[in-house]
Design a protein around this ligand. Structure first.
Ligand SMILES: Nc1nc2c(ncn2[C@@H]2O[C@H](COP(=O)(O)OP(=O)(O)OP(=O)(O)O)[C@@H](O)[C@H]2O)c(=O)[nH]1
Ligand SMILES: [Mg+2]
Length: 276
């Protein structure tokens, strides 16, 4: 697969916008994808926020096993980062996130109280594309205030969402300018954080099946009704046969197969998969 790299101009603009708004916020939450939490860290953002209170939010944890979520959170905490595992679709975890934000900012809130200042805390919500930043904001606010969608680059500008005690700034997803780790970059492509338009889905499905056949062979077999897996190309052929993805002459329809496999993975239909 060709080297994955993606840093178009609108990301430079988004970084600048975040920088300009940094002074106005009390803290930052960085939304990561729980399926690839380490790959979805953007070091450039970490640098930008180095003087701010930051909470790592591992979102989409409904798509992974509890033990993997716990493992990832523990690893971030060992690095001295505040971290919490949530699913924007699960109110219980969204409530826990709400509390965690106030814990993160407790010093500041105390200081304000002592000065007789009562104002909502302002939080910037940042992260790579498609991790669920806008959905998390909607979940926290209990309404559909921001636009969401299952592809990279839905949020284009900044948007404040104001609750009683909290003001949340939605921002566009931003990617690091380059990846030193191509395996991490692949994970971001599987989860839909890269621009799909720049990606060859046959290559992507091939890579995904290669990885899953090593890490989750039983889930793959169960999903596609396969007895054995074999080489990735054999898996692709077997899925074509199982699903009837065939062209007129009986040739394998790899395009339909690839799109289906990637969609199955993204929607969690292959099972709970932790990539990192
Ligand atoms: N399963 C699951 N899906 C989620 C969760 N949170 C968000 N999503 C889905 O993930 C997709 C992306 O959500 P968005 O909120 O648009 O993501 P974003 O980070 O704002 O994306 P950009 O604005 O493009 O950077 C949508 O299809 C959401 O429904 C979650 O906790 N679990
Ligand atoms: Mg968004």
């Amino acid at each position: 697969m060709k080297h994955l790299q993606w840093f178009p101009g609108h990301m430079t603009a988004a970084m600048r916008m975040m920088e300009e708004n940094l002074k106005a916020v009390d803290g930052v939450i960085i939304v990561l994808d729980g399926r690839a939490p380490f790959s979805s860290v953007n070091r450039k953002l970490d640098g930008l926020f180095k003087d701010k209170k930051v909470l790592y939010v591992l979102n989409k944890c409904d798509l992974i096993e509890k033990k993997d979520a716990n493992f990832a959170v523990a690893r971030f905490r060992e690095e001295g980062k505040a971290a919490i595992a949530v699913s924007a679709l699960d109110k219980r975890t969204v409530d826990a996130l709400y509390d965690a934000i106030f814990t993160l900012l407790s010093d500041k809130i105390e200081r304000n109280k002592a000065k007789g200042v009562f104002r909502p805390m302002r939080i910037m919500v940042a992260g790579i594309p498609n991790t669920g930043k806008s959905t998390v904001i909607n979940a926290l606010s209990g309404g559909k205030k921001t636009q969401t969608g299952n592809k990279a680059g839905v949020t284009r500008g900044k948007q404040w969402v104001r609750l009683k005690e909290l003001e949340l700034l939605d921002t566009p997803g931003t990617m690091p300018p380059a990846f030193d780790d191509q395996s991490g970059a692949k994970h971001l492509a599987y989860i839909g954080s890269m621009n799909d338009a720049n990606i060859d889905f046959n290559d992507l499905a091939f890579e995904l099946l290669t990885e899953l056949s090593v890490k989750y062979p039983e889930l793959l077999k169960a999903r596609y009704g396969l007895e054995n897996l074999g080489e990735p190309l054999e898996i692709m052929n077997a899925v074509c046969i199982r699903r009837g993805f065939l062209l007129k002459g009986g040739e394998f329809d790899y395009d339909r197969m690839s799109a289906a496999v990637i969609d199955d993975f993204r929607k969690g239909r292959i099972g709970k998969i932790f990539l990192d």
